[in-house]
Design a protein around this ligand. Structure first.
Ligand code: PGA
Ligand code: ZN
Length: 403
């Protein structure tokens, strides 16, 4: 049985966008070791807590916060995630990225020491019955992720709702591949965003939704496949918070006008999941929209709640995004998820635009029994997350341990 943290190491490593991020390694006195790294956002919300700049590749001994981290955490008890995360919270200037890497490295060291899978460990703390979420697979990238003003919404996703993960992935990948060949033939400069979504010049968001709807209808008539949209409206806001206007294509829309536009799109397309349709401060629009929410649509708060238990509100949304890099520690993330649950909300656990090979986001989603997971489009590094979900589904079905 592990008693205390024997050593703490911080390293600078690459994320999937070739930027630097932090990886932590924690070793207990019984030899159990945990490694975890922090993803990096391109488009962080303004309610997120600050991160520390990682300036070196390799050992981070010169990072100003490192001495504090090493002094406070070496010798810390190995017995409690909550206690460890409280100590982390007390380290001045640690930054959410350093905290996330350390908090998840501690969780993995605990799992190694006790011989339990990470998803089981998280579900134990969160008092959930683990389950595999439905993937929201990024098809079109827009907003800050693409830079094309005609595509203002950050993500347009395919949202399959079949009974099993393999069926959901089969449906989502088939839709993605059809769209990929369609847009490659018709649009210029077609490429991939760092989150694995397609991005191109000349495609207006309304057409993107038309393409997606028609592929879904044609290929999968009668199957339960919907659409997800992350508006990421905080980044579309122009002018002051009290008189918010949203830049959508060539227009500047008031909150009511954006509401109307989104309600119209929801009437024409099977939009099952709608994230951040308004700025976090535009509470009037959030409340109004949630009162008239189309049947079967999830209204989800990401930049709105910023994974903070004190911000959760069932009056504003019916679903909450959970991102550990918004709050810093596993304990805070689980608290935010539990607060959302108490208010009757669903959960969507999300990656960030710059990821690493760390697939802990999948274990978190399963451990929190989230309804949805966002880990990007099915390209490049994002496939590792889908593979981890496949492993976790088998583990849940057969009771097998997953590292
Ligand atoms: P971000 O995007 O990592 O750039 O914030 C993630 C999202 O909300 O889709
Ligand atoms: Zn978002």
């Amino acid at each position: 049985m592990a008693e205390y943290v024997d050593s703490v190491v911080l390293r600078g490593i690459f994320d999937s966008r070739r930027n630097l991020t932090v990886e932590a390694e924690i070793r207990f006195d019984d030899g159990a070791t945990g490694v975890a790294s922090a993803p990096v956002a391109i488009a962080p919300g303004r309610r997120e807590r600050a991160r520390v700049d990682v300036t070196a590749l390799g050992a981070l001994d010169d990072l100003p916060v490192y001495a504090g981290v090493r002094d406070r955490l070496t010798g810390a008890p190995a017995s409690s995630q909550k206690r460890f995360d409280e100590i982390l919270d007390g380290i001045a200037g640690a930054g959410v990225n350093v905290q996330v890497a350390l908090s998840m490295a501690f969780a993995r060291a605990r799992c190694a020491s006790e011989g339990v899978p990470l998803s089981t460990y998280i579900s134990g703390i969160g008092a959930t019955r683990p389950k595999v979420p439905s993937p929201l697979v990024n098809v079109f990238s827009g907003g800050i992720h693409s830079g094309d003003p005609q595509m203002p919404f950050q993500e347009i996703m395919v949202a399959p709702a079949a009974a099993s993960l393999p069926d959901n992935l089969r449906l989502a990948l088939a839709v993605y591949e059809d769209i990929e060949s369609l847009v490659r033939a018709r649009y210029a400069d077609c490429g991939y965003s760092s989150a694995g979504g397609l991005r191109m010049r000349g495609l207006v968001f309304g057409q993107a939704l038309e393409h997606l709807s028609s592929v879904i209808e044609r290929r999968f008539p009668g199957e339960d496949v919907g659409i997800g949209v992350d508006v990421a409206a905080e980044h579309l806001r122009r002018g002051g918070v009290s008189s918010a206007r949203y830049a959508v294509g060539d227009r500047l829309l008031r909150g009511e006008e954006l509401s109307e536009l989104l309600a119209g799109l929801s009437a024409r397309h099977p939009i099952r999941y709608l994230e951040d349709p308004f700025d976090p401060a535009d509470v009037v629009s959030w409340k109004e929209f949630s009162r008239q929410l189309p049947e079967g649509q999830y209204l989800c708060g990401d930049d709105l709640f910023a994974t903070d238990e004190r911000r959760m509100s069932g009056e504003l949304a019916t679903c909450a995004v959970i991102k550990l890099t918004q709050c810093g520690t596993l304990t805070r993330g689980i608290r935010a998820a539990r607060a959302a649950r108490r208010m009757g909300m669903a959960l969507c656990v999300s990656h960030r635009s710059g990821e690493t090979e760390d697939c802990g986001v999948c274990d978190l989603a399963v451990g929190l029994a989230a309804e949805f997971i966002k880990v990007g489009g099915p390209s490049a590094d994002r496939m590792a997350k889908y593979n981890q979900l496949v492993r976790l589904e088998i583990q849940l079905r057969e009771g097998l341990p997953v590292a």
